[in-house]
Design a protein around this ligand. Structure first.
Ligand code: HEC
Ligand code: HEC
Length: 418
């Protein structure tokens, strides 16, 4: 009898199992390093210091006045507006929080908006004269409710995005995003910065907010959402949307004595509503990441090896910023903020600088709390979201399909920890 033999067998099985685990992996991206585990953007506090911010909390390290501005902006974000303070005449909801609600104020929801337009020989026309491309599904009077015009042959749903940590995303310099643009495809992945005109300054910047990277900063998005989702005209977008472009119907619904633009600057604070909404989003903390464990560490390796990080770049750094909490911070967003040709996953809508098949790489932080997934919310699980990837992500999704189900499960555990 040979005790050693048994031991060797066990050891051999161990190495054999390990070898199989690695052989089963798709080819490594040469020279690539596993991404670091998600780092909390806020440094962990010293013992006895307050716990790190949770979903919907303010950033750690804000000054008193910044915290005050965050809270004041949150008050407007959660306020239900009415026709007297400018709501409508056509709109989608009466508050920002109606859509951006879960798991905390500023989050997402299952509410979708609808875009429409007309595609002719691959060219998308947003049918602006007919009220496109965003549908406003509510109105102050029943006769003003928009419909999808018969001329439209393209429609797409847009899933509500969470707003946690957007101040950090805003503070990433354009040059840092542009540095991720490839001149030659790697495994079919290219990526292109959405160069958009900033409605605030009229200058061209890298678009980074919205499914199409259609807006370059939070003030622009606040102004856009205020007028388009709620009908609150403001200094950046002073023109009221007419239902399906019909000015007569618009005039018939306009309540009297509402100032133009609806969003006025408060002479005491020097701020209008869009500035307050911007303060709220700019100072809201990123979603809290879960601490790494053995499973998530393995999962992170697969995430790198199968090429997810070609688009879902684990982190970028903010530049110099006058707000200390946004200055030179690591942003673990898991996105390159670039547009990619997603093939069949594209939504058919051209918007900003993005073509019909191009979508901005969705940041993956906070994923465990942001479902349903993808631009139209079609995916109820992270696994389904991955399987729907196409176009430039074809290589990566094929590698995902080649993983064993236990490897896939480790990857999903990693994604749910971000
Ligand atoms: C009817 C639902 C709805 C309402 C109301 C709404 N939003 Fe949104 N929000 C969305 C949807 C849908 C998107 C995705 C937009 C897109 O790209 O088409 C979004 C995206 C955003 C983004 C971009 C997030 C990112 O990660 O890039 C910001 C910022 C934003 N909303 C702010 C606001 C503010 C501020 C208000 C209130 C003035 C508001 N939203 C009201 C549904 C809504
Ligand atoms: C070519 C770039 C690219 C690659 C490679 C890629 N993705 Fe994505 N990913 C995107 C884009 C763009 C979106 C948004 C697509 C949409 O909704 O239309 C997205 C969305 C997602 C979402 C849904 C996020 C949400 O909030 O709805 C998940 C999850 C995801 N990707 C995971 C992965 C994983 C895991 C891999 C590797 C197997 C991967 N992605 C590879 C570009 C990419």
């Amino acid at each position: 009898m040979n005790i050693n033999k048994g031991r060797i067998t066990v050891r051999r099985y161990f190495w054999l199992a390990l070898a199989i685990a690695f052989l089963a992996l798709p080819a490594l991206e040469l020279g690539a390093q596993p991404p670091p585990p998600p780092q909390p953007t806020q440094p962990p506090g010293a013992p006895g210091s307050p716990p790190p911010p949770g979903f919907g909390d303010a950033l750690a390290g804000l000054t008193g006045p910044q915290q005050g501005a965050w809270k004041d902006g949150q008050n407007l974000f959660t306020a239900k507006l009415n026709p007297g303070n400018g709501l409508g005449p056509i709109f989608n909801r009466d508050s920002c929080v109606a859509c951006h609600s879960g798991p905390a104020i500023g989050g997402s929801s299952e509410i979708n908006t609808t875009r429409f337009g007309k595609t002719t020989a691959g060219v998308f026309d947003p049918l602006i004269a007919l009220g496109g491309s965003l549908l406003q599904e509510r109105a102050l009077q029943p006769f003003g409710v928009e419909v999808i015009p018969s001329q439209a042959n393209t429609t797409a749903k847009r899933n509500t995005q969470p707003l946690f940590g957007l101040g950090l995303i805003e503070a990433i310099p354009d040059a840092t995003i542009l540095a991720n643009v490839r001149s030659k495809p790697v495994n079919g992945v290219l990526g292109r910065a959405a160069m958009v005109t900033d409605p605030v300054t009229g200058k061209t910047f890298v678009g980074r907010f919205g499914w199409k990277a259609q807006q370059p900063n939070l003030l622009a998005f606040s102004a856009d959402a205020f007028v388009n989702e709620m009908g609150i005209t403001n200094r950046i977008y002073p023109v009221e949307n007419a239902p399906n472009g019909n000015e007569t119907l618009l005039a018939a619904m306009e309540p009297p004595n509402v100032p133009t633009p609806n969003d006025q600057t408060d002479p005491r604070s020097g701020k209008a509503g869009i500035d307050r909404l911007t303060d709220f989003m700019r100072f809201t903390a990123p979603p809290p990441a879960q601490p790494a464990n053995a499973s998530t560490t393995f999962g992170a390796t697969f995430f790198l090896q199968i090429g997810c990080t070609s688009c879902h770049v684990p982190s970028m750094k903010t530049g110099a910023n006058s707000v200390a909490a946004l200055n030179s911070q690591t942003v673990s967003l898991y996105s390159d903020l670039l547009l990619h040709d997603m093939g069949a996953l594209g939504d058919g809508i051209a918007q900003g600088n993005a073509g019909p098949r191009e979508m901005r790489t969705a940041p993956l932080w906070g994923l465990s709390a942001s479902g349903p997934y993808l631009h139209d919310g079609r995916a109820h699980t992270v696994d389904a979201a991955i399987r729907a990837h196409a176009g430039e992500a074809a290589y990566s999704v094929n590698q995902y399909l080649k993983l064993t189900s236990s490897q896939q499960s480790l990857l999903l555990q990693f994604l749910n920890s971000l």
